[in-house]
Design a protein around this ligand. Sequence first.
Ligand code: AKG
Length: 338
Amino acid sequence: MSRPDAHSQTAARHEAFLRDGVVCLRNVLTPAEIVSLREAVARQMSGLRTSPTGYDFESLARQVWARDMTVDTGAAERFDMRRMKELVRSDTDARPLQEEDTSDQEGLFFYDVAAWKHDQGVREVAFDSALPQIASELLNARYLNFWEDTTFVKAPHTRQKTAFHQDLAYFQIEGDQCVIVWIPLDPASLDNGVMQYVRGSHLSGQTFAPNVFVSQTPLASSPEIRCPDIESAPERYDIISFDVEPGDVIIHDVRTVHGAGGNRSDTWRRAMSFRYCGDRIRYLDRPGAIRQVGVAHDLQDGDRLFSADYPIVWPKPWPGFRLAECFEAQHLNAGKRG
Ligand SMILES: O=C(O)CCC(=O)C(=O)O
């Protein structure tokens, strides 16, 4: 039997993406790119408790559910977690989303954002790997902006699940021409908390309110409706997942509902998530969207994402052009001038 050519492979993944709202692609990133991302994640994790944006949702969840424990997030101040605790505890439908695990090891669910702002290795993968072209093809985009990156790490024996949610209302965007690329940095399967997706949920026509990560409680300021309680009756949903190796990526539509279990295994589950927007996306300062870190733009509702905060990563001005190098050079020059 002849091997499918590149054209029919691209068409097949596009069809799967449109139908299911998610597609898994194998061997997209190189071993060197994976090493760069792992190093970036290690640097971020070394700043847990001293960084304004790094959180451990595992310990936070414990603090939320223990009535008398105070919330302590170190130097992290991006979210008002004390207020979040009040919100969750006053939500009569909320309950802990933690796996049973008899191990005496403590887990860790590390979360941080915007490594691309300070990490050249992350910029190289986000801007100049195979990802921008793939994302632009899936979205039929004439050009593509990089929106941001987020890091999600579950250490062995992390109990905390990732509550099912839809990404759209977390972002200050209008339109659905946006994808999220989930990049495993370790082999991942259901045992250690690989992502799970509700197949076809991107076509429901509904926009769901962002939740507060440790429970399905919607953010107070969000006007959207609450995401269905998928964890309580997973059998009612067509949930799919993919076993993945470093180098593979899973790409989902911004409207696809997704979540993850805890990490019941003895192996780490490190991952980064890159978000890309196409040319039909417009800026929208949504109430309830999560405040972005370090953005300097003054975009108004309805504007294209034309801002240094959202670099245009596709198309390339000429073959072989590496945006991350120019970015770094400009940054260094600005430093010399400053
Ligand atoms: O890795 C996780 O647990 C969450 C990832 C996620 O929700 C995302 O990439 O949008």
